[in-house]
Ligand binder design. Sequence first.
Ligand code: NAD
Length: 661
Amino acid sequence: MNFKEQIKQGIPTELPSPKAYDPNINHAPKRKDILSAEEKKLALRNALRYFEPQHHATLLPEFQNELETYGRIYMYRLRPEYKMYARPVSEYPGKCEQAKAIQLMIQNNLDYAVAQHPHELITYGGNGAVFQNWAQYLLTMKYLSEMTEDQTLVMYSGHPQGLFPSHKDAPRVVVTNGMMIPNYSKQDDWEKFNALGVTQYGQMTAGSYMYIGPQGIVHGTTITLLNGFRKINKDTHGGLFVTSGLGGMSGAQPKAGNIAGCVTVCAEVNKKATETRHSQGWVDEVISDLDELTSRVKEAVANKETVSIAYDGNVVDVWEKFDKENVHIDLGSDQTSLHNPWAGGYYPVELSYEEANEMMANNPEAFKAEVQKSLRRQSEAINKHTAKGTYFFDYGNAFLLEASRAGADVMAENNIDFKYPSYVQDIMGPMCFDYGFGPFRWVCASGKPEDLVITDQIACDVLEEMKKTSPPEIQQQMADNIQWIKGAQENKLVVGSQARILYADAEGRINIENAFNKAISEGKIGMVVLGRDHHDVSGTDSPYRETSNIYDGSQFTADMAIQNVIGDSFRGATWVSIHNGGGVGWGEVINGGFGMILDGSKDAQRRLEAMLYWDVNNGISRRSWARNDEAIFAIKRAMKKNPMLQVTLPNFVDDELINKM
Ligand SMILES: NC(=O)c1ccc[n+]([C@@H]2O[C@H](COP(=O)([O-])OP(=O)(O)OC[C@H]3O[C@@H](n4cnc5c(N)ncnc54)[C@H](O)[C@@H]3O)[C@@H](O)[C@H]2O)c1
């Protein structure tokens, strides 16, 4: 059977032979054993409903074994034999181009070079799933190979509910992930309902088929570091940045540090993760000894080297050692997976990697205590550094949130705020999001690197032209992004599909996409898939991250993200997604995104103009209503250009009047 035939068959009628567990692959850790005996029966009944009854007796013991051994039923046996990667769009079976492009995006999310735990269908963040099991994958690909432009595929947390009649302008796919009744949306609830097979954590771009490897986060981290060093008035050359994590997203930090030009130290406890990033050239050196690390860092800083160093061990040890040895850290952060603290996201100091894995599965209460103890120790060491002048920021991984819950000394005097800002409060929010600058991305569906080169050039030309007349408020953003796109080819950022990320405001995004659409219509490039990270101006309500610089109380509401996905879906998105969880954790955030296919048609032009305009201005209007000056500037500018846009603006109350109360 060739590739197309395999996709079209969906779940095979004859079961493939069982697959051996491959120890060379980075596997998800064993999940907590959370189901009662009765609930385990329910999980098995749920899993078996994908299969005809004649297979149940064969599959039952196998699935039961997976549930006992790994805490989840992944249906390893059904994992396809073909290579998993984003093929050129023409190689996918299908009745409409849009559905073929979505297949490409799904396979990219599961590519072994891209996905963190490919056999468990996890793309990044330890638990960011594309599907819960392989049956869901096979069925979804089959539906996509059959759908027409008059149907919409409905995805419930990885489960393809089916194809429903719709119309040409409707999204081809509507994705929801992890949407729970709010009172049942806590860590343990998620573990339980995920183990039952009825929900999944889609992270942001995992369960929405929009992950493009670590490039997206390299760009965001580069922008954050450049602006972070600007904030402390320090040249990046000769500056030291200390952080942790060389995983799915965090692995981008050393590369971003190199692009920014500083010395980066990144601690990582998982040797496999370190080896991967080192072999990919994303981190320059690996050091396992703390004394050696200290002298190497001192030397690199003194020589103003641009170098990234992985410390093969726990980050707590690095913070403590550098304090003792008086190594001055300019910028400090953390990117362990604290959105998922009890199931492998954070490894406590003084336990080996193996000991920690064993304890989290077999003695979760003791493990939780170790995590909290370690967070208190890490915070104490960080506090010593900040007292000596380090600028520490939370990088959206829930570090401060979990540290505060562990009783660490991270609260500000008012006992409401944290001692340290999140990167959004100080950097991304006021400098980027409030002006409408956010991470939009594109994938060249032909799979040709030449197409990506042409699109890079088009995007650069458009931005350079716009910069000539841009107001001073956004000149720095324009300049940083022009520099980024110019260096993008040289920095070899492509992992998986031919993709590029860039920050632009609504006008920039629309101008660039229109130029792409024109180039497609002229036959200069093939189809383009447009999308973005959910981590953007409008897509995400997350009080400790994307919306942490909203101060009118509405940071704990989720209207913006919901409005966004609804608005995108009727303005022409090819697919839309809305997720509970993502980035900072289950129950902590609602985030949404879209995908859009540009095929050079007039329809594509109409859709991109209508949808992108809303997709950015929705968030700016909300940020402006929250009284953020930069957003008020941006929305007034947008209204001036388009009289059809009428946004309610806030009035400011004199503080003296309020304080007299
Ligand atoms: N700010 C942003 O824009 C942004 C973007 C993406 C992800 N994130 C957040 O960052 C976190 C990391 O994401 P990821 O995809 O890299 O997750 P990941 O799980 O792939 O990587 C985290 C890594 O940290 C390592 N680690 C855990 N505890 C450690 C310790 N004490 N010392 C040293 N290493 C340790 C783990 O072994 C793992 O490899 C997540 O919480 C994610 O939500 C933030």
